[in-house]
Design a protein around this ligand. Structure first.
Ligand SMILES: NC(=O)c1ccc[n+]([C@@H]2O[C@H](COP(=O)([O-])OP(=O)(O)OC[C@H]3O[C@@H](n4cnc5c(N)ncnc54)[C@H](O)[C@@H]3O)[C@@H](O)[C@H]2O)c1
Length: 353
């Protein structure tokens, strides 16, 4: 069901491959290709290697041959270039970033360093690498993974698309917007063969339990208050993580250098309705003497909280033929089941950090 990566990409470097989306991408590429996978990650609080450990057991000796983890912080200058020169990747997926809006409000500097300086260092390293190995230029692609949050907030109507104005409202989205601008400028000025993707909110197994869906499931399972910001009417456009991975692989295979693609799957729902859906699933899977919605607790709104995101994914469909394949209701249920069956995983993760 998920696209296979082109065999022309013999060596693929993934930054942020120990995170939620990056880890799912590492696993998918290990399982469905013969490419060598280099995972570059600083191994921060949101990193988790247990999903990759499962694939390690599954692949055995092939895993040792094809996979390398390099612990490195992209905010530091000159650390990536030797890695690029050594492994000579044909493709880079840049997913390394600090990704939690709430944390960006408390400590914006981490976001400036990882998301802006980190992307700058990556671009400079790629520039030097391609100068040193000009033969790589023809096939090489750098795919920079970004978010729909860079476009700011929509009112009741309208959709974001590739031509939407950048109007970020949080330190997180401003840092991602800045990194997109750097990628665009390095593509235009230095001809770095880069592509930007802007995706909507991801969900699925292995997501660090700070984001709305895993946090709601975990709190509800423990019969703790389920916190919702403001009046809960904020709307997000949700995409199952493997749908995003499928979109990223399709962009690597067929996307045009210098282009931007919006990846979304038309699952627009308010936080109130989403939390209610999760509660209803839990009422069936883990019944309690009261409906789980009774745990809902409204808390003061987040500063700069965007009202609505909604992506128009027509351009990626028309230009490279990608469209969302996963059903929202089914994948949400599967995600709730996964967190129910893996409560130890989240407990351990939260204990360590
Ligand atoms: N999660 C979403 O809903 C979503 C939606 C659209 C786009 N994105 C983007 O996708 C990417 C991945 O998101 P995620 O949800 O998997 O995030 P995550 O927080 O789960 O993982 C990010 C990973 O990047 C690593 N990292 C952070 N800063 C680094 C640095 N300076 N050097 C090296 N490694 C570093 C972290 O250690 C972590 O393992 C991010 O760029 C994010 O902006 C996420």
């Amino acid at each position: 069901m998920i696209a296979k990566i082109s065999t022309k990409y013999k060596t693929i470097l993934i930054t942020g491959g120990a995170g939620f989306i990056g880890g799912n991408l590492v696993n998918e590429l290990l399982l469905s290709s013969n490419s060598q996978i280099i995972n570059v990650d600083k191994i921060g609080y949101a990193s988790d290697m247990s999903k990759i450990e499962i694939i390690k057991k599954q692949l055995g000796a092939d895993f040792q041959k094809r996979y390398e983890l390099i612990k490195l912080n992209l905010k530091n200058k000159n650390v990536l270039e030797p890695i690029l020169n050594k492994y000579q990747p044909d493709l880079i997926f840049n997913l390394a970033a600090e990704s939690h809006v709430d944390k960006s409000i408390i400590n914006p500097l981490d976001f400036i360093e990882s998301n802006i300086t980190g992307t700058f260092n990556l671009l400079e390293s790629v520039k030097s690498y391609l100068k040193k190995f000009p033969d790589k230029n023809n096939n090489f692609k750098l795919i920079h993974i970004s978010t729909d949050e860079v476009f700011g907030s929509l009112g009741k109507n309208g959709l974001f698309n590739e031509n939407s104005q950048y109007k970020p409202n949080s330190p997180y989205s401003a840092s991602k917007a800045s990194s997109d601008h750097l990628v665009r400028a390095w593509q235009k000025t230095y001809k770095i063969p880069a592509i930007i993707t802007n995706c909507s909110n991801n969900f699925g197994p292995w997501q660090y339990p700070e984001k709305l869906i895993p946090l709601t499931i975990i709190r509800a399972c423990k019969l703790e208050p389920i916190k919702i910001y403001g009046d809960g009417e904020n709307i997000r456009d949700w995409i199952y993580v493997l749908d995003h991975i499928d979109g990223l692989i399709s962009v690597a295979n067929y996307g045009s250098k210098g282009e931007t693609y919006c990846i979304g799957s038309n699952n627009r729902i308010s936080n109130n309705d989403l939390v209610e859906k999760i509660c209803k699933i839990l009422d069936k899977l883990k019944p309690h003497n009261k409906p789980h919605t009774k745990l809902i607790n409204y808390v003061p709104d987040r500063p700069g909280h965007d009202y609505r995101y909604a992506l128009d994914a027509n351009f990626i469909k028309k230009s490279i033929g990608w469209e969302s394949k996963f059903n929202f209701e089914e994948t949400l249920k599967l995600t709730v089941e996964w967190y129910l069956n893996n409560q130890e995983w989240s407990k351990n993760l939260l204990k360590v950090k």
